[in-house]
Design a protein around this ligand. Structure first.
Ligand code: AHM
Ligand code: MG
Length: 336
């Protein structure tokens, strides 16, 4: 009985990644070790986010505690936890976090061959009202030898070995790709384990939802404005799309991945490069979209082809269902 088998044969994320690794005899388990440290960070943040409202209720947040220390903000706390977990894995050499101005070069005694780029707590403006937020990460390997250089993280997104996000929502969901499809795992709080709940996620070829901050419409360029107009007033006889926008990238992308549609954070006159960051927002999400059968486009090129020059660089982004991204690509091509 398939249903019974599912309930008793639990595929944890660790077991899943070990299985995948056994297909590559040359790998020595380093990736599984790295991932288990990322998973630990996600569990910690999940628990901290769930307690955030409670901490306020009992008067902890923003106040000084008994030791006279300021209570740390959740995003700062999450960053510290991730940095420490990644360094202590002994498998990383360069870390780029949205929270740190400079890249972190891991000290030689703790150095490994992986570079991790991450946003420890994205969408933090949503914390106080209890809306879903998330962690986003991408993993590269150093190009050659033991010498770690900044160029090792300034590689195009297509060179990533793995990417994923963890969403702290009504449940805690970790979505991961190691380059052969996309799989989703849900945290079972009673076990403290992420269990495979969404095997081999494929995004619908065409969606019925568009997701964008329309408050920026007066500053949009022609193709973006035309695209959104067509979502509302289709000219090909199809029905209008629904608008859904949470303002939390992980939640908006997660819905897009599962239900289909398109998520856009375009360029506008005020921010010609858009808002989202190439290394730890645009690349990981684009990697997942392509692995799920969707597309990701910057307005100029395939997002994963972009070569970043700076670690905190931004780029416009259009990602989601294959056919929907095809449409925006056509509008940009028509402009040239
Ligand atoms: P943050 O890194 O300051 O949290 O900002 C990133 C967030 C994304 O999660 C989300 O997609 C976007 O900002 C929303 O921006 P806006 O409020 O301009 O629509
Ligand atoms: Mg962010």
């Amino acid at each position: 009985h398939a249903a019974d088998a599912f309930r008793t044969d639990l595929m944890t994320i660790t077991r899943f990644v070990l299985n995948e690794q056994s297909k590559h005899p040359e790998s020595r388990g380093d990736f599984s070790i790295l991932l288990s440290h990322i998973v630990l960070g996600c569990k910690f943040v999940c628990s901290a986010v769930n307690k955030a409202g409670l901490a306020k209720l009992i008067g902890l947040a923003g106040e000084t505690n008994v030791q006279g220390e300021e209570q740390k903000k959740l995003d700062v706390l999450s960053n510290e936890v991730f940095v420490k977990a990644l360094v202590s894995s002994g498998r990383t050499c360069i870390l780029v976090s949205e929270e740190d101005e400079e890249a972190i070069m891991v000290e030689p005694s703790k150095r490994g061959k992986y570079c991790v780029v991450f946003d420890p707590l994205d969408g933090s403006s949503n914390i106080d009202c209890g809306v879903s937020i998330g962690t986003i990460f991408g993993i590269y390997m150093i190009k050659d030898g033991d010498e770690a250089r900044l160029e090792d993280v300034l590689q195009p997104g297509k060179n990533m070995l793995a990417a994923g996000y963890c969403m702290y929502g009504s449940s805690c969901t970790l979505v991961l790709s190691t380059g052969s499809g996309v799989n989703g795992f849900t945290l079972d709080p009673s076990l403290g384990e992420f269990i495979l709940t969404h095997p081999d996620i494929k995004i619908p070829k065409k969606g019925k939802i568009y997701s964008v901050n329309e408050g920026n419409a007066k500053n949009w360029d022609g193709p973006t404005a035309k695209f959104v107009e067509k979502c509302k007033f289709p000219t090909d006889g199809s029905s209008a799309k629904s608008l859904r926008y949470i303002g939390s990238m992980v939640a908006d992308v997660h819905r897009t991945l599962l239900y289909g549609g398109i998520f856009l954070y375009p360029a506008d006159k005020k921010s010609p490069s858009g808002k989202l960051r190439v290394l730890y927002e645009v690349f990981p999400m684009s990697f997942l979209m392509e692995q799920a059968g969707g597309q990701s486009f910057t307005g100029k090129e395939r997002a994963l082809d972009l070569v970043p020059k700076k670690i905190h660089e931004r780029s416009p982004i259009f990602l989601g269902s294959y056919d929907d991204v095809e449409e925006i690509k056509a509008l940009y091509a028509a402009e040239e």
